[in-house]
Design a protein around this ligand. Structure first.
Ligand SMILES: Cc1cc2nc3c(=O)[nH]c(=O)nc-3n(C[C@H](O)[C@H](O)[C@H](O)COP(=O)(O)OP(=O)(O)OC[C@H]3O[C@@H](n4cnc5c(N)ncnc54)[C@H](O)[C@@H]3O)c2cc1C
Length: 472
């Protein structure tokens, strides 16, 4: 049995804070040395620990995503094992170019959040926005107006917790929509099952498609490479759009306290900037099989398909599971506020092909590895199977996990010594190793026979020339 105790002991806590909310703060959630939020059971009673375990997204005491299902089941909803329940599967963006460019992807999340308040479905939005002051750059906060929603656009690849904000909403008689990555949405849903006070307040769940979360080190490591040291860092933008490149090839921006303009670098050129390298990925993400926030009313992601990502302005994939939200989308389409089209579940799932390989295939291998090593693992919807993929893919999966773990150690060393190279240099070596595994040998060897033949032909012809000379 893998409960909250094992989740914490194995470093698999994602720090969402549902356990803290369920126990009125008896379970505490604090930042650890890896700059990830993590729970500690402290003096919690055994009843409190069991309640905490029932709302922990990585505990076997919690029901899984399939059992939780969609929050507001709709008549006629269908189910797909990749994306969960759905009523609509769409691709598109807001029509306004100005609004679209200000968001991370197609701007559909901010548009929908504003509509939820406009239409009176909720009174406020609980989501992640910038903090008023450093050292932490982002936190879960409450937005009550379109202006506040507007100010909190963009994806925050940054460890946060909703432990505190959920305590504050208990003091108010309001209905909120919570925005989050899949494990946070699952935790919020579990919390509503556990405690009626949350169920009456958290009435809408807005998911973000997720590849994995990042520790707060991620922002610091990218900023430092862009020239802004951790001690000077006051603001970041993880997704600065670049009109000269495709949507996925965005920039990273970092500001010091009084900088008018950010120091800007192409994200994928920075060590840790490539998502496939898994730098600063929490261990919890190694044990997640939910990509499309299957327990949310609606989920928004990036349309990572060539026909859409060619457009630098960004395009969303959307999976709706709620008829009331379908009606909002329909009205937006009719009024021309949004430009979206139904594409079906296959296209939406294909937009996250790499994500599925990492999460579902990778998870089968990681579960098998840990079980073989005698470690406890949570029960997942994917069966442990080290042979689900070929040998090369297995090595790649294991190398990713290794890089995630080492990135924390090396960045902590770089930070404490003030020497960035203590992170960059060893990571570069691990990335080279990763690249050697990722590029199949037949690809590197493909040109080899032709090269060998050409060399041989050159040698033969040189030898014949010498013989001719001798003869002449
Ligand atoms: C950690 C993380 C990993 C992701 N991985 C993927 C992926 O692999 N594939 C993919 O297609 N999409 C992924 N996304 C989603 C993607 O980055 C965009 O957020 C999504 O496409 C919505 O874009 P938008 O333009 O509609 O949102 P915007 O209009 O920019 O609005 C974003 C909204 O989300 C809120 N928000 C941002 N970050 C968080 C957070 N961490 N927790 C709670 N609320 C938040 C903001 O407050 C804002 O309200 C990820 C997002 C996160 C946070």
């Amino acid at each position: 049995m893998h409960g909250i105790e094992e989740t914490i002991a194995r470093g698999m806590c994602i720090g969402c804070g549902a356990c803290s909310a369920a126990t009125s703060g008896a379970v505490r959630v604090t930042l650890n040395t890896n700059r990830l939020y993590t729970a500690s059971l402290g003096d919690a009673t055994s009843d409190q620990i069991r309640a905490a375990s029932r709302v922990c997204p990585f505990s076997d005491d919690a029901v899984d995503e399939d059992a939780l299902g969609a929050p507001h089941p709709s008549v006629g909803a269908r189910t797909d094992r990749r994306i969960g329940t759905y009523t609509r599967t769409l691709v598109g963006s807001v029509a306004s170019e100005t609004e679209r460019v200000k968001s991370s992807s197609g701007g559909m999340t901010s548009w929908m959040l504003a509509k939820l308040i406009d239409e009176g479905l909720v009174d406020a939005i609980v989501h992640v926005g910038r903090t008023a002051s450093a050292p932490e750059l982002f936190e879960f906060t409450v937005s009550r107006s379109e202006r506040e929603i507007e100010e909190r656009r963009k994806s925050q690849y940054y460890a946060t917790t909703f432990a505190e904000v959920f305590q504050t909403i208990l003091g108010e008689d309001i209905r909120v929509a919570v925005v989050g990555i899949p494990c946070f949405i699952k935790a919020a849903r579990l919390l509503c099952r556990e405690d009626e006070r949350f169920a009456t307040r958290i009435t809408m769940f807005v998911g973000l498609v997720c590849g994995h979360l990042k520790s707060q080190f991620f922002a610091e490591a990218l900023a430092w490479q862009a020239g802004v040291a951790p001690s000077e860092l006051s603001r970041v933008d993880f997704r600065v759009k670049n009109s000269e490149r495709s949507a996925g090839d965005y920039d990273f921006g970092a500001w010091r306290e009084n900088d008018a303009e950010p120091s800007r670098q192409r994200t994928r050129s920075l060590i840790g900037g490539m998502w496939g390298h898994c730098a600063f990925q929490p261990e919890a993400c190694n044990f997640c099989d939910d990509i499309f926030a299957e327990t949310a009313d609606i989920v928004f992601g990036d349309a990572w398909l060539p026909e859409y990502s060619a457009d630098w302005r960004g395009t969303n994939v959307i999976v709706s599971r709620n008829e009331a939200l379908d009606a909002i989308l329909e009205a937006g389409m009719s009024s021309g506020e949004i430009l979206v089209e139904d594409v079906g579940p296959d296209k939406v799932a294909h937009s996250q092909a790499g994500n599925f390989r990492h999460r579902r295939d990778g998870l089968a291998v990681r579960l098998a590895d840990d079980i073989a090593a005698g470690k406890t693992v949570p029960k997942k919807r994917v069966e442990p199977d080290a042979h689900r993929v070929d040998r090369r893919r297995r090595r790649l999966i294991r190398q990713r996990r290794r890089m995630a773990a080492l990135s924390f150690t090396w960045f902590a060393e770089a930070r404490s010594s003030g020497d960035l190279s203590r992170f960059v240099a060893p990571m570069r070596r691990e990335i080279a190793k990763y690249d050697r595994i990722a590029v199949p040998p037949w690809k590197t060897l493909a040109g080899a026979p032709a090269k060998l033949f050409a060399r041989f032909a050159r040698l033969v012809s040189a030898r014949q020339a010498v013989m001719r000379e001798r003869r002449d």
